[in-house]
Write a protein that binds this ligand. Structure first.
Ligand code: AMP
Length: 434
């Protein structure tokens, strides 16, 4: 099957062709006709499946076919398609796809997210923007400033809806939904379907078509997975050893906490291994720079927390290291999904100490396979070492469903003068919504 069978415009097909895609992925095969038909969509698919093009291509087609709306009020921007994402990085990535696939069309797109000054965004919003990709918190800042008009939105996309709820965005999403026209097309993408997601879908979708794509990493055979049992205090030396021995040049390393990520970067730098961290406490500029350097191959090691890395699309990433196992087994699947994408072989290794054996068992249960264990000479675990509780882990934070509390800055600080918040990430513990 080729992309030409969908009836997408020649301009879009040309851009897809230039991108080098020859055949639509399974999610694209199912989602594109549904979106083109104008129906609402509830799609179970995670990053790495090609879902972005799955909604971007038909949206571009529909908007360009329908022509531009002329109902704009002076000084306001009538947004025609609104795409909401949980993180800034994902927003930037999605908008990059919109621009690339839409480069031969006369549609304008823009991304807005927190962590950067709001004024340049307000300036740009004065020009015509057809497709807006936004994180919820900053979008509401613009609503409050009256710099954005959502009353003409024809198509709404909630991307990675499950992660948005995990991050405490439900109230923001509901507020945004209330600002949109009742008559619109809505698409909801989520990797998982909790009761909360189902309730949200019930409220925002009208007789949706449902599609579900198998969770890729649970079956992906392009990723080789391995566990290196090691003592807690030897992990850092083992990581350095592995990087040097195998001459790894591009490694994404996962940590549970921001603090841990910063400490590891410091230690790797002392080992003369070039490393930078991305997490919620880093400025947007620092995160963008680190990611760009890493993507270009100029940075050897990128150390990330789960939320910061969610949805990152790094072409042909060869190595993912779980320096610490995640508290939530599903996050293991998300993490290793950063490698072995689109048919390219990848390697995911986990450094596991005695404290993490329960987490490892949970992961093996989820992926329904035992992971290969290999002890590295010189790093044999000491059998006398006793397990200790994991800081910020499940043992300590009862009643918390996800592992990201330690990563969330409570950074909804109000600026007195502008009323603008600095970030769109609420704390998962209590500072939910606003
Ligand atoms: P996504 O799940 O949207 O983040 O996409 C994952 C990766 O698959 C991205 O690098 C896309 O560029 C790539 N991709 C999307 N559609 C196709 C396709 N039809 N053929 C090959 N690669 C694709």
């Amino acid at each position: 099957m080729s992309f030409s069978t969908f009836g997408l415009s020649d301009e879009i097909l040309r851009a897809v062709n230039e991108r080098g895609y020859t055949e639509p992925t399974p999610i694209q095969k199912q989602a594109i006709p549904v979106v083109l038909s104008g129906a609402d969509l509830l799609a179970g698919a995670q990053t790495g499946t090609g879902k972005t093009a799955g909604f971007t291509l038909p949206i571009l087609h529909l908007l360009s076919e329908r022509g531009r709306s002329n109902t704009a009020m002076p000084g306001r921007t009538p947004i025609r398609a609104l795409i909401l994402t949980p993180t800034r990085e994902l927003a930037a990535q999605v908008e990059e796809s919109v621009r690339e696939y839409g480069k031969y069309l006369r549609l304008n797109s823009m991304t807005i997210f927190g962590g950067v000054s709001i004024n340049p965004q307000m300036q740009r919003l004065r020009s015509r923007i057809d497709i807006l990709v936004a994180t919820p918190g900053r979008l509401l800042d613009h609503v409050q400033q009256r710099s954005v008009d959502l009353s003409h939105v024809e198509i709404l996309v909630l991307d990675e809806a499950d992660r948005m709820l995990d991050m405490g965005f439900i109230r923001d999403i509901r507020r945004i939904l209330a600002l949109l026209p009742k008559k619109r097309q809505s698409l909801l993408f989520s990797a998982t379907f909790s009761e909360e997601i189902k309730t949200l879908a019930d409220g925002m979708l009208d007789h949706p078509t449902m599609i579900e794509i198998a969770r890729r990493n649970l079956t992906a055979d392009t990723v080789s997975q391995k566990v290196y049992p090691v003592d807690r205090d030897k992990k850092r030396q083992l990581l350095t050893h592995l990087i040097r021995q195998h001459r790894w040049t591009q490694v994404l390393v996962f940590m549970r906490t921001k603090h841990g990520a910063d400490r590891l970067v410091k230690q790797l730098t002392e080992d003369r291994i070039q490393a930078l961290a991305i997490h919620g406490n880093k400025s947007q500029g620092a995160r963008t720079r680190a990611l760009a350097e890493f993507k270009d191959g100029g940075l050897q090691v990128l150390v990330a927390t789960d939320i910061a890395a969610r949805g990152l699309d790094i072409n042909h990433l060869p190595h993912v290291v779980n320096f610490e196992l995640p508290n939530v087994p599903e996050d293991y699947v998300h993490r290793i999904g950063r490698t072995g994408r689109a048919g390219v072989d990848g390697e995911a290794v986990s450094l596991v100490c005695v404290d993490e054996l329960k987490l490892l068992a949970d992961i093996e249960k989820l992926i329904k396979q035992p992971l290969l264990k290999e002890i590295v000479a010189g790093f044999e675990p000491d059998p006398k070492v006793k397990a200790e509780p994991i800081p910020n882990g499940r043992q300590q934070r009862q009643g918390q469903s996800r592992s990201h509390a330690s990563e969330q800055p409570a950074s909804r600080t109000k600026h007195k003068r502008t009323g603008a918040r600095t970030d769109s990430r609420p704390s998962a513990l209590g500072n939910r919504g606003r």
